[in-house]
Design a protein around this ligand. Structure first.
Ligand code: FAD
Length: 559
């Protein structure tokens, strides 16, 4: 967002940035808040949106001791490699500095409030301003505010229940000796973060000359092992070569295409139309053979078709096979096309999701998202190697727990994990250590952190209208809290987070957009923005925000 502001050419803007920590750029995943040395990005340099200096170039400017600390050879580094996350954080901080210098050269006034947490925001429509309160007991007035507060990992039991962790972040807290079985809820990237740290503290990895990774336990942790618990018993798919490193970002549906489809469909964007346009038609061009197999499928046919193999094979066996497939793909620079296009679909779905009917959103959440979350996690090669090494050493297993498993924290420490397995057998297992690793939660409307916006109804819950009254009534019967009606008798499904428009402006309780307040903090807009967002999201969202902003002459605040 800051880059967009600097590049806007609007030298009359003055910008204040509030950052609760002491550095800019690194954010949560790429600083000590979200990473240790062993944690890596799941994207390579060439997949990262341009900032100022390309990563491969920046790496060459690093002092030798930094390279040594990250075990990097500057000459062997190229833009196809993933990076240690802490190093990527350093890169982002350095890029932020360059942008600050550019702003200064342009004569833009930029003030950074380090170590200042914004604790409340209140809209002041009569003044045409927004009031911001910092934890430094100061208040500030701005013409516009852009909320970019990113990740939030709520703490519920951690600190009160010994051995219970509400998330693996910051991961340094998991660097302890655990001579027992550790329960991990989740089996995707967040779980891998926990695993990489715990594994290193209780054993070590070695790589043979042939490149085979193996794992051995430390003498002090002979009984250490980790048990991942997953609803469907699946591991995420491995990173492969992407034909388009920016995932055909230009091929998302245009405003006109969305409007034309809505006009034919009672005002709703049809999920089947998006699946046809952003997935099937692209497969037809790129992989005609695969297209022949899926051309008549709806998402309800397609998902079981591609999941069948995953569900039949043992998850680690499949990981091994996928690792080999990905190696081939990277060596030959050949994509696994349908997986790549599924990532395009997920990205493309994000922006028009607010125009789906409630019924289509339910299909998206229930049918398509579980597949997308598995396929587009893009597990880096070294993580896949470590998971396989741990499994081969008998230290890592995965159990399927279905949809209604329960974890009960115990006041005496640890937690009980209760679930019913695939054969219908019930299990209750006690774990001394439990790490919740299911990923960034999407917060409900009520959990929005700035009371000033909630209490004055400046923001409203994200809802989607039902297309069909009968299906609305059925949904209401199943979960009354999630379905609401209006005076005209329309039914709405409440989805996570707050309502926003296409420019990421908040929408009030009367449906009016707020011209002063923008939000791109993903945990609070998950209903209208269901993609597993990464750096590509920040690039796309900031492009829309700047377009809407640059026409105005105002002071701007970035939180
Ligand atoms: C563990 C992890 C790994 C990831 N890895 C990748 C990856 O490899 N590739 C990828 O594309 N995406 C990845 N992602 C997705 C990630 O969402 C984005 O890459 C990106 O970091 C999001 O940036 P952000 O600025 O929105 O949020 P954040 O990085 O969370 O930054 C938010 C900033 O706001 C500050 N802040 C928060 N609250 C306040 C407040 N009240 N007042 C003042 N300051 C505040 C924080 O200190 C922080 O600096 C990862 C996500 C996680 C959680």
């Amino acid at each position: 967002m800051f880059k967009r502001l600097v590049e806007s050419g609007r030298t009359d803007l003055s910008i204040d940035i509030f950052e609760k920590n002491n550095k800019l750029g690194a954010g949560m995943p790429y600083s000590e808040d979200g990473a240790c040395y062993e944690h890596i990005t799941n994207v390579s340099g060439n997949e990262i949106p341009d900032i100022v200096t390309p990563i491969a170039e920046w790496i060459k400017t690093l002092p030798q001791d930094t390279l040594n600390r990250f075990k990097l050879d500057a000459n062997a580094f190229n833009d196809y490699k993933v990076l240690p996350r802490l190093l990527f954080g350093q890169y982002l901080t350095a890029q932020f500095k360059l942008l600050q210098q550019q702003a200064k050269d342009l004569g833009m006034v930029v003030t950074v409030h380090y170590n200042t947490r914004v604790i409340n925001i209140t809209d002041k429509p009569a003044l045409n301003k927004v009031l911001v309160e910092g934890d430094n007991e100061k208040e500030y007035l701005y013409d516009q505010v852009i909320i970019c507060t990113g990740h939030n990992w709520p703490v519920k039991h951690e600190g009160k229940v010994a051995g219970y962790f509400d998330s693996p972040y910051p991961p340094s807290k998991l660097a302890f000796e655990a001579d027992h079985a550790v329960a991990i809820r989740g089996s995707s990237l967040t779980a891998i973060d926990a695993i990489r740290t715990l594994a290193r503290r209780n054993g070590s990895f070695t790589k043979s000359e042939a490149g085979l990774v193996s794992y051995a336990l430390n003498e002090g942790s002979p009984d250490f092992r980790m048990v991942m618990h997953s609803r469907n018993g699946l591991l995420p798919a491995v990173r492969f070569h992407l034909e388009d490193s920016h995932l055909l970002k230009d091929s998302v549906l245009s405003k006109e295409e969305i409007e034309a489809n809505r006009a034919q469909n009672d005002g709703f964007l049809s999920l089947d139309y998006v699946f046809d346009q952003n997935f099937k038609s692209k497969i037809a061009d790129g992989d005609p053979e695969f297209y022949e197999q899926i051309k008549d499928m709806k998402i309800e046919d397609f998902v079981p078709f591609v999941m069948e193999l995953r569900e039949k094979l043992d998850a680690f066996q499949l990981l091994k096979a996928e690792y080999a497939e990905a190696e081939k793909s990277i060596k030959r620079k050949q994509s696994v096309y349908w997986k790549e296009i599924l990532a395009v679909l997920s990205f493309a779905m994000n922006y028009p999701a607010k125009y789906l009917s409630a019924e289509d959103m339910q299909r998206l959440q229930k049918v398509l998202m579980p597949l997308i979350s598995v396929v587009i996690a893009f597990v880096p090669q070294s993580s896949a190697q470590e998971l396989l090494a741990l499994h081969n050493a008998g230290v890592l297993e995965l159990v399927t727990v279905g949809d209604d498993s329960e974890v009960t924290p115990l006041t005496t420490g640890g937690a009980n994990y209760c679930y019913t397995d695939e054969k219908g057998e019930q299990h209750e297992t006690y774990y001394t250590t439990f790490v919740d690793s299911i990923g960034q939660p999407h917060f409900p409307f009520e959990k929005f952190p700035y009371r000033g916006l909630l209490d004055h109804r400046t923001i409203s819950p994200a809802v989607l209208k039902f297309q069909d009254e009968e299906s609305a009534k059925q949904a209401q019967e199943k979960d009354p809290a999630k379905v609401r009606t209006d005076e005209a008798g329309n039914y709405y499904l409440q989805v996570p987070g707050i309502a926003i428009n296409d420019n990421f402006q908040v929408i009030d309780a009367y449906g009016a957009l707020n011209p002063r307040i923008y939000i791109m903090a993903v945990p609070y807009i998950g209903g209208y923005n269901p993609d597993y967002s990464g750096l590509d999201f920040s690039e796309a969202a900031s492009a829309l925000i700047i377009k809407s902003l640059v026409t105005k002459e105002d002071d701007i605040l970035l939180v």
